[in-house]
Design a protein around this ligand. Sequence first.
Ligand SMILES: Nc1ncnc2c1ncn2[C@@H]1O[C@H](COP(=O)(O)OP(=O)(O)OP(=O)(O)O)[C@@H](O)[C@H]1O
Length: 442
Amino acid sequence: MHVWPACLQRLETELPQDEVSMWLKPLQADRRDGGLVLYAPNAFVRDEVQSRFLERIRELVRHFDDGAEVVVDIGAPRRIAAAPANQALPARPAPAAVVEPFHGNVDPHYSFDNFVEGRSNQLARAAAWHAAQKPGERTHNPLLLYGGTGLGKTHLMFAAGNEMRRLNPAARVLYLRSNTFYDAFFRSLQEKTTDQFKRQFQKIDALLIDDIQFFAGKDRTQEEFFHTFNALFEGRQQIIMTCDRYPREVDGLEPRLKSRLGWGLSVAIDPPDFETRAQIVLSKARERGAVLPDEVAQLIAKKMRSNVRELEGAINKLTAQAGLLGRPVTMEFAQETLRDLWRAQQQAISIANIQKAVADYYGLQLREMLGKKRTRSLARPRQVAMALAKELTEHSLPEIGVAFDGRDHTTVLHACRQIRTLMESDGNLHEDWDKLIRKLSE
Ligand SMILES: Nc1ncnc2c1ncn2[C@@H]1O[C@H](COP(=O)(O)OP(=O)(O)OP(=O)(O)O)[C@@H](O)[C@H]1O
């Protein structure tokens, strides 16, 4: 059996069928200088195969053919007449949406009015607001909003788009998910309509592009986005992007693109604090026509801290059940209805998890962090871990003390107070705290 059919057969058992037909079946194998060359129909397929599959293909070829080299190239084996580039693109299901500007795909529901402002998102809100007031101004173009999942990045992006349309109803605002950009670009290659694809962007006033971390490792798409970006930027069209972390931290994004993304204004969104969470609960409940007592909103805000999408899930469950049963939302009703949700959260966060996460975060050995030494570099993380245990679990102070190498409950209490006080003046500590909560609540 030839080596490539054997590899392909194996890959078919390891990968989803559409991946195999999209990327691997179009490859044509040939021998060159004792090695194996896989010919891809175009650069797009070549890049994708190189970045996603080549490592595994090399392993399999080593296995079947004892160490033959593998390269991926564009073109066709010598014995097969070469097809012009782009023609032999693999068949692919039509993408969910193709770029067709001006269809008003900015969801009108999301506005600045129904976005609850707090310390964690104030800057991002202000930046989005300014971008909407004066689209294209150098101070906030491009605007990049980054932060963890479900924290309101897309909400703010839509709010900015809607505000632009409110101020100027003729404004052509296009919202695109990064994967839609990718699909549409791919399709334009397939249909040989890349010029048309590019031209579409000349006609818009603002591009809102969501989740650009998706471009990581997709070299051709990144290159195309880079050109689109440059053209928009030079045309003073507003660009608003979101990313799940600071783009410099995204592996697989090209350095020149990373640098360009930071040209305008980049703003982080952090997880909301307790007060903001409680306000969000009240506001979402109001949107659903339900009246929640403040104490119920506070209870939900205390228990659910990772992201707003989860808060919304809790409110949906609560208001739906109350409507169905015709019961008012009391504390007891909330406790009863959401018990399972909370139990799942609670199980995920134990004192041991917290200790490990804090030790890892500060680069310490767990044993050292829990031990007796009082040097600042150990004592402070130890206090952070104790305070987090109090904040994130239902354990009592004495129980937490026991888990921290048998310390007294007054030591835990002191740690909680000290961390609270220090956070008021120490921005770095506050950041550590937020990051740890985010990590533990994922
Ligand atoms: N401050 C806020 N006020 C009101 N609603 C909020 C707020 N923050 C988030 N939300 C709501 O939480 C939900 C999730 O927000 P959104 O989709 O904007 O998150 P995201 O940051 O874009 O997440 P992802 O990266 O997963 O796409 C939305 O329904 C949004 O309205």
